[in-house]
Design a protein around this ligand. Structure first.
Ligand SMILES: NC(=O)c1ccc[n+]([C@@H]2O[C@H](COP(=O)([O-])OP(=O)(O)OC[C@H]3O[C@@H](n4cnc5c(N)ncnc54)[C@H](OP(=O)(O)O)[C@@H]3O)[C@@H](O)[C@H]2O)c1
Length: 263
């Protein structure tokens, strides 16, 4: 299988790295095309993949073409690689680029649109993806294998969920990082050394996440298990409710979703 990446930035690199780590591909299977000479040098040195500065050349003979450029660079890229061979599969991770706009721009019908997220950089990503009706089953299986190398993947038949997922899992790591940062700062505020606060917070977030996953219990049930009557946790929860913690999160995600629809 030959994979051509158009764009070898943060996400392109994450995908190359995960495909190699999970042994889905070997360096000889991959070519990365990027306008940046710095990125080309880094990728070939670090991962042994071949690199090019010519998008058209890069996609020749590729079974899978992965579009990993910023949305503003997509029109030019689509013009350059327009009308790929019918059997080639195009997988785009470009935020906001719909299946129909990709089909039009590329004059092609076998297309997958995916929304991964940043923890894909360590193989712990969450990706949601959809495909055009013309995409064959074996091409979908290929996409599942490639996206599965980034972490978890969910296939949806309705593309509308990708815009929503952009606001939840796509932007989600930023919300979680902010929460972690705030908790660490809170630890420092009450007198803990910063490194100790950081260690306590990371394991607390990890452990709580795994508890939700492993027990399958509703988060509210788990929260009640930590909240003794008249205790310390309920004091903190009161402050969070006063500050509209829950509705603020709903409003934040809804705002991101609206923005994703406008892009
Ligand atoms: N980062 C995330 O967490 C994330 C999550 C989900 C989806 N995405 C999507 O993934 C895509 C890539 O994001 P990223 O964070 O990897 O961006 P990035 O780091 O900016 O990578 C894009 C790379 O493409 C290069 N490039 C620009 N124009 C090009 C062209 N015409 N031909 C070939 N290469 C070109 C850029 O070079 P220059 O820097 O020199 O322009 C850069 O090296 C975006 O569309 C984004 O919406 C990102």
């Amino acid at each position: 299988m030959r994979i051509a990446f158009i764009g070898g930035g943060a996400m392109g690199e994450a995908m190359v790295k995960c495909l190699l780590t999970k042994k889905v591909a070997v360096p000889q299977d991959m070519v990365v095309s990027d306008i940046s000479p710095v990125r080309r040098e880094l990728l070939s040195k670090e991962y042994g993949v071949s690199t090019l500065a010519d998008n058209r050349k890069a996609v020749t003979n590729a079974d899978l073409i992965i579009l990993a450029v910023k949305p503003q660079n997509l029109p030019q890229v689509m013009e350059e690689i327009k009308t790929p061979s019918p059997e080639q599969l195009v997988l785009s991770i470009v935020a906001g680029a719909t299946l129909s706009s990709l089909c039009r721009g590329l004059n092609h019908s076998s297309i997958i649109r995916a929304m991964p997220n940043m923890p894909a950089q360590i193989g712990e990503g969450m990706t949601i993806w959809a495909a055009t009706a013309e995409t064959e089953q074996k091409q979908k299986e290929l996409a599942r294998t490639v996206l599965g190398a980034l972490g978890k993947e969910i296939y949806v038949t309705d593309e509308k969920y990708l815009g929503m997922a952009t606001a939840l899992s796509g932007s989600g790591p930023a919300y979680v990082f902010l929460f972690i940062e705030a908790l660490v700062d809170a630890g420092v505020h009450i007198g803990l050394p910063r490194d100790m606060a950081q260690e306590l917070v990371i394991q607390t977030v990890l452990g709580s996440t795994r508890t939700v996953e492993k027990t399958g219990k509703h988060p509210a049930d788990l929260r009640n298990m930590v909240t003794s009557p008249g205790g310390t946790t309920t004091e903190a929860l009161l402050q969070l409710e006063k500050g509209r913690f829950r509705s603020l999160i709903l409003e934040a995600v809804a705002a991101a979703c609206k923005k994703a629809e406008r892009l």
